[in-house]
Design a protein around this ligand. Sequence first.
Ligand code: NAD
Length: 531
Amino acid sequence: MTTAPATPKAPRGPSLPATVTPALLERLVARVSASPDAARVTTTAPYTGAPLADLPVSTPADVEAAFARARTAQRQWAATPVAERKKILLRYHDLVLARQDEALDLMQAENGKTRRDAFLEILDIGIVSRYYARTAATYLRPKRRRGAIPLLTHTTELRHPKGVVTVISPWNYPLSMAAGDTIAALMAGNAVVQKPDTQTGLTALWSMDLMYEAGLPRDVWQMVIGRGSSIGAALMDNADYMMFTGSTATGRQIAADAGKRLIGASLELGGKNPMIVLADADIDKAAAGAVAACFPSAGQLCVSVERLYVAESVRDKFVAAFVARTKKLRIGAGYDFGYDVGSLTTPAQLDTVTTHIADATAKGATILAGGRARPDLGPLFHEPTILTDVTPDMTLYDHETFGPVVSIHPFRDEEEAISLANAGSYGLNASAWSRNGARGRAVAARVHAGTVNVNEAFAAAWGSVDAPMGGMGDSGLGRRHGADGILKCTEAQTVAHQRIQGFTPPAGLHPEKWATLLTRSLKLLKAAGLR
Ligand code: NAD
């Protein structure tokens, strides 16, 4: 691993950038729905371990109060024409782009990721907000459906907002995860009460603050801060719909609780994502793609790759190219675009990464690159790590590490590659590489994953926001993006207006004759190819 020349030797790390002023912190902290005398929780900056912000901690009573305000505000918001909501969202889009430096600084300060990784979140939110601003009216407008009796039944499908939606988001993509799903819920006419992970609460609050500036009435989007064990129940008990992104373990709990309340829930959970390098892949491109797939946000990306399957015939060439590229990555802390790999976010993540690697090497895995924590760069840095000789008895063989660690496995033929990729309980994202696009797409369609990229790491599928994104198996339930992403935030209602004659026999007609008539009608409709 090389480090850029400017990397400070001492683990002091860079001081906070100029945009993260006390005034900004004060404004954001004041946006938390909590009482004035609330207890405080201190977050730390991953680059340095220094205290970053004191956030008020919301209580269950604060959550109840936020929902009460949200419920009142939602009625007005649902009556606001979609065209007005669209204007607000497009203003938010412009504000995010114009003020991106503030967001990049906050994301880096809270999460420890590189600026280029943080910028992907700006890009994501720009794409998602423009998409739902421009498409919501089409998704939400009343739609004529075929009536029960041709010409006589006038049937319309309506889409009503759910009401108040709870959004629970993790710390790994603080802007994307906080704002992406919320945008769809708001455009559908819902209010949102959100609990971002405390560690990255500032970025989430910044996003909400900008939406207020764009014109969103304040009570329509509110934010609470606190542990799931303390306010999770209140967030569930008051929700009309639950949008959760986080670990599979928590997702199962959320699903069980939503089931008890009979409310809908979408669950965007963990993964152990495979990448398949077929024998006819462009090896240089695949090696560059593997770097992009495995190490963004130091591997703390739900769709990043942790299992690499490479055709035996090109294995040596691929490994040489991948290892060489990985060793060139610049790892370090800096509020500029100078680094390729940043810090892990929490001591718990660093612990998982080092424990998984130690377990694997103790059981016979070989390190091809990286393998060490880098306290010389900052308290939570870890080198991008490539392993081989990884076997099923090692924890990281099939458990999500959520760090900059990937294992390489050879395969003999396409069938074996697909079967290896489909092993395990997850099914979030995957990637297949081939010079033959049709072959790549055919392999992709057989991989058990909600999104599969061909000759790309993850951004092709994630960025295709007109198409659904989400997990199969233990990776989740429901989808974000596209029609699914907004329609799940609505209640479908069918209004059927029966004109003149319904299914009961007209006065004076014997029911048996009526049944014969209807039977003939059914046959005629089928013969006419109508139904
Ligand atoms: P986590 O489940 O521990 O926490 C996620 C969020 O849920 C946090 O805000 C946390 O405070 C909250 N929470 C925890 N327990 C709760 C409870 N009982 N009630 C209500 N809220 C509760 O997950 P994490 O470790 O913070 O996040 C990393 C995980 O998220 C990884 O597994 C990653 O793959 C996954 N993830 C998935 C996606 C996706 O789109 N599928 C995206 C990002 C992250």
